[in-house]
Design a protein around this ligand. Sequence first.
Ligand code: ADP
Ligand code: MG
Length: 605
Amino acid sequence: MDTEEKKPTEGFVKSFTRLEKHFLRPYRWTFTLALGGLLGQSALMLPIPLLQGWMVDRLVNFMGHKDSLPESARTELSRGLLLALVVMIVCHLLRAVLSWWVSDTTGRVSQEVVVALRTALHSKLMRLPMAYFDTQQTGRLMARVTSDVGSILSFVNSGLLQLINDLILAFGIAFVLVTLDWRLALVALVVVPLYAVNQNLFSAKIHKLSLGIRAQISAIYALLSERVSAVRVVRSFAREDAELASLDARIDEHRRLSWQNTKVNSYLGVLATMISGLGTVIVLALGAWFVGQGSLTVGGLLAFYSLVGQLYGPIVRLTQFQATAQATSISIERLFEVFGEPEPVSDRADALPIQRPRGGIEFRDVRFGYLPEGPDILNGIDLEIEPGTMLGVLGPSGAGKSTLLALAARIYDVAEGQGAVLFDGEDVRDLKSDDLRRAVALVPQQALLFEGTIRSNLAYAVANATDAMLWKALELADLARTVRAMPQGLDTPVGERGQSLSGGQRQRMALARALVANPMVLLLDDCTSALDAETESRIQDALVEHLPGRTRVVVSHKAASIRRADQIIVLDQGGIIERGTHDELLELGGHYADNFLAQTEALTV
Ligand code: ADP
Ligand code: MG
């Protein structure tokens, strides 16, 4: 992370400017008002010690001349004291109202800022190319969405305005102190640099610790999210203990660092309190001497003394601000790192709409690898799929079948100069991606269902789908009978990974979801593998009958499932090693024939 190298404050100003420009600007005036409120609140604090001092001086004066004073002076004094008390009460009340208003306002605005941040982050993640997720752990991304956004929230909510307020307040009080008694002010302010020295002694250590703590939190998130999503695997191999041990180690390390951090922070706090204690004691001692000398009144000393107490508060907070600023700027930087990711799979300015999709797909000498420096997963694929026909794809696992489909659906982009994937004769990179998504549906190998109901899962891509459309899709996917038999029908809840459904039912749900959108091209990635041969062929027949003219690409590891395809290819190590119709490939006697014969033999034995 390059933010570690920079000077903290410099980094902070830069990242804060970025945050301001993109997310805080609409709330400028609200923030200014809130700051005004906060300053008013602080300003209302100043008259109180001054009035107290004034009252004490009046009283001392009165006590001194008690007997020689006329009755009128007595009433005048009580009137003055009463007035001072009323003013003080009003100050307190106003402060309470302002403080309520300020925290209400900043609370509301910061929630809005966080919503904006989360929404922006979410839609950015949705726009990022798949390749980004291949290189990022989901846990780290979760940490960004939760802890980074959280620390920005608390900063916007209180840290930011408090900082400005503290700065102004510290200068304001210092000014009043100097006007009250410049000699005492000098003494009181002399200890201020001590704070800075104290802070500097600890800041490097604190910075290092807080970076370490954040790294541990990220790692814990990463570990947890990985383990939670793999909980079935973990349990089925009885690995819970080992998994817990590795998590425990992380949590231990996090606790150790947090504890150290707390300790360092409390040393810092203790020293800061000692410094301010020292300051007030010196002020008191010197002040008492001045009072004895007659160059300062008792009330003046009292006012001065309580103002000095109020001066040290903001100064301690200001010195601690550095740590907050560092943490916040790291969070901001990490978020903007995500915002700054390039989005290669996004529309060109002159992207072409797809008016009437026909469903032709062509691969022209396509080479593709997932990593820029990595191996080619597909090496020079030439393939033409006529609209409305079926292509069968057979091949061992790792051959590149899923990759082929991902390119056809433009989940990944082919790099410049590495060939092209065409839809109806146009390079898919030149087409409007929304149109392409509507025209081409991919049913992945792993059926992924979302938390919700059968209805919400089916209508995922088509928000305004009618029940009739959903039932038709279920019918085609051979699932209508099953769903009808469920007491809650379409409203039956399904888990995050559809755990309440069987593997075959999940696959058919995923297929039905794709069918609801009624696409021109269906890419089926071995998505009926959990079904028996009979159901599989029933589905395939239903597709041909009820969705005439749709292009289908069917990946399977069973030759029998794709025997009726118009064209069949065998993929191995990223290349097409056989192609033809079922009869031609049987004749050829290669992999396809072997696979087909092995299965039919298995059936007849
Ligand atoms: P198939 O579907 O034929 O089993 P895939 O297309 O899924 O094969 O994978 C082909 C090769 O690409 C495999 O070696 C696999 O490890 C690699 N691969 C697949 N997905 C990714 C990815 N997201 N990042 C890096 N390599 C990948
Ligand atoms: Mg695959």
